[in-house]
Design a protein around this ligand. Structure first.
Ligand code: ASP
Length: 439
């Protein structure tokens, strides 16, 4: 009997946690290297998949008006859910007051984050200056911006853009194929990564800031299990449980890697094939959302700033808390989708409300573990956004495979594969005919 992929993944996580706890000393030598190899394979695909899918997505969207519709809906979702997440974090921090129940002390704390990035830097570094440098350094946002420009340009130049559009179509399909092979390795990768996370974790450090830890965790659970599913049901008319099952491989990777970017190729693959969200939606919402839409990070930053302020005995009134909600969106959007990024950009919020940045040392010991909890929430929220935008764009969700990867809709699979190639050609032909008519 073949065990289903999502069951295999869940078993791997449990076994990984047990192995990490009971065989702590053997994990770094015998198990961690498998996790590292898996992580490298995932990272290998991020830039090629973002570059090809965004370019192709923009070509298949076809006109800038349609793109504007998708981006407006996506940003409305990102901003509103980001605000809800931070507000929830603040409500919990006010109710629980984790800073009053902590054994840690603020005496003699040193700054853990030396660099204090100005907000403007986030926007400046988004602008691409050398695309080859951005590709090789893995800078996702500049690559997305270049891909959008390229996609719009290919559409504008008509038939002359066809060869490059076809090239991107093939390259994207090939990346998805490689992603499928990597998905098959998920149970092994997730086992090794979970074992490593548990083996390298200091349980004692957790106890000193336990109330803070539990407050963030409860907030993440309420947001992921209650609020986001309601939003999905109401605005996306889609079953949260079905979406969860389809996304399980991606969510299982986001946890132990603490990187939404490492999980990005698999997220796209799951949404495109198992949920049936068209690539023109996922290419934009998931690529951009992975770095900008971070609900889990925003919620955690809200609680963390309140906790640090409470530890220092600083009272943050309602106006200051409103400022936290505003700046947390910027700080979470400015955080790269890599481990620990949310901790660094939290400096923006601390500075805005006048709380000492040295306080970050207090939460540092548990940050990696919380990162493993907030990253899946980032991915979950982002994927819900993709489904909602798709439904509101009037796109029918037609999955081509089941959750095991078996093709269930051959006709759709064939037309999916052909549509990107044929439609742009048709459109280019029509554009060219129009151009000739006007001459
Ligand atoms: N690790 C998170 C992510 O990749 C970002 C953060 O909160 O540090 O989504």
């Amino acid at each position: 009997m073949k065990i289903k992929l999502h069951t295999q993944i869940l078993i791997s996580i449990v076994l990984g946690i047990l192995a990490g706890y009971f065989f702590r000393e053997y994990i770094p030598t015998y198990i961690t290297p498998f996790g590292q190899i898996f992580m490298r394979l995932l990272k290998l695909l991020v830039i090629p998949i973002v570059f090809t899918s965004v370019t192709l997505g923009i070509v298949s969207i076809g006109d800038t008006k349609h793109l504007k519709g998708i981006s407006t809906k996506a940003f409305t979702y990102f901003i509103s859910t980001g605000f809800i997440a931070t507000t929830l974090g603040l409500i919990l921090a006010n109710l629980v007051k984790p800073g009053s129940h902590s054994a840690a002390s603020v005496e003699g704390l040193k700054a853990v984050v030396a660099k204090n990035p100005p907000v403007s830097e986030i926007f400046v570094t988004m602008a691409p200056q050398n695309i080859f440098e951005s590709l090789s350094k893995g800078e996702v946002l500049p690559v997305i911006i270049f891909a959008i420009l390229l996609g719009v340009a290919l559409t504008k130049i008509g038939i002359k853009g066809k060869p490059i559009a076809v090239f991107f179509e093939s390259a994207f399909e090939a990346m998805l194929q490689i992603t499928d092979w990597i998905i098959a390795l998920t149970p092994i990768g997730v086992f090794a990564l979970s074992a490593n996370t548990i083996a390298t974790l200091g349980i004692s450090s957790l106890l000193s800031v336990l109330t803070y830890f539990v407050t963030v965790l409860v907030g993440l659970i309420i947001h992921a299990v209650i609020i986001l599913p309601i939003i999905l049901k109401v605005f996306g008319n889609y079953s949260p449980l079905a979406l969860f099952k389809s996304l399980l491989p991606a969510l299982a990777i986001a946890g132990p890697t603490a990187s939404s970017s490492a999980a990005l190729p698999i997220t796209m693959d799951c949404l495109n094939k198992k949920v049936g969200v068209p690539n023109k939606i996922t290419s934009f919402v998931i690529s951009v959302g992975t770095t900008i839409d971070m609900n889990g990070t925003a919620l955690y930053q809200g609680v963390a700033v309140m906790f640090i302020a409470q530890m220092y005995g600083i009272h943050l009134d309602l106006i200051k808390q409103g400022l936290i909600v505003l700046t947390a969106f910027l700080a979470s959007a400015g955080a790269a989708a890599v481990p620990g990024a949310g901790l660094v950009t939290m400096v923006i919020i601390l500075n805005a409300v006048g709380v000492p940045i040295e306080g970050l040392s207090l939460i540092l010991p548990v940050d990696r573990l919380l990162d493993s909890c907030r990253t899946p929430v980032n991915l979950w929220s982002n994927s819900i956004g993709a489904v909602i935008v798709s439904q509101h764009e009037g796109e029918k969700l037609r999955p081509t495979t089941d959750n095991e990867g078996t093709i269930i809709d051959m006709e759709q699979e064939v037309s999916e594969r052909e549509s990107q190639l044929i439609k742009p050609a048709d459109r280019f032909k029509k554009d060219r005919e129009k151009e000739l008519e006007t001459v």
